[in-house]
Design a binder for this molecule. Sequence first.
Ligand code: T5A
Ligand code: NA
Length: 210
Amino acid sequence: EASQTQQPRGALLVVEGGDRCGKTSQCTRLLDALHARGIDARAVKFPDRTSETGKLIDLYLKGAKDVDDHAVHLLFSANRWESMKHIRALLEQGTTLVVDRYAFSGVAYSAAKGLDLEWCKQPDRGLLRPDLVLFLDLDPIAAARRAGYGEERYERVDMQQRVRSNFMSLADGSWKILDASRTVDEIAADVSAAAIAAVEAARSTPLCSD
Ligand code: T5A
Ligand code: NA
């Protein structure tokens, strides 16, 4: 079948960081930069607020519904698992994915509420492993000055300080940690350079699960 012609897989590129650090702005810029180079790429965002679990998560984040901390942690994880078949299929057909938050957010935020960090990692075990994690590092006090801050559940400086230190404890040598206090253009230049290198590297590396 023509559609089964072997071609290099796409890369799984993850953008992480605290609230209002500029992830969505950078994901948009990165997609444009990849498309400009003729790279087939699409955006993915977690939580996906459109699915059944996502609708419940959305109500929770807006403060319209209370859910037990453990239960909501499992919902965020389920929300990722719901997309895994589709994500794998896209990567295998050669589409690179720019993912706005992933399992690292799941662990960093739930552990910041007091849940055990190791417990938090379990439900996401087996998800596809990212080819690159770009961490947009921003002082929570600077983040709090940005437009729209404070509208959702976790947008408090003390919470965001704990989230930041949890992210730092999850980071390994493969993460690219970027100073997110710079201009959008400055950050975007670093993001696209790292992403393009990861797209190249992914072509000769098999997809794997964590
Ligand atoms: N969560 C998520 C969990 O608890 N567990 C999980 O498993 C997952 C996946 C919602 C919440 O859910 C939690 C984490 C979150 O608290 P979300 O929908 O991704 O997650 O919401 P946020 O991450 O908070 O997304 P935001 O839209 O708030 O922020 P972004 O995307 O980081 O930032 P962005 O690009 O929208 O920019 C925010 C503002 O800053 C400006 C922008 O213009 C905008 O006004 N800005 C800059 N200003 C100055 N300099 C720059 N370089 C700037 N870049 C952007
Ligand atoms: Na937010």
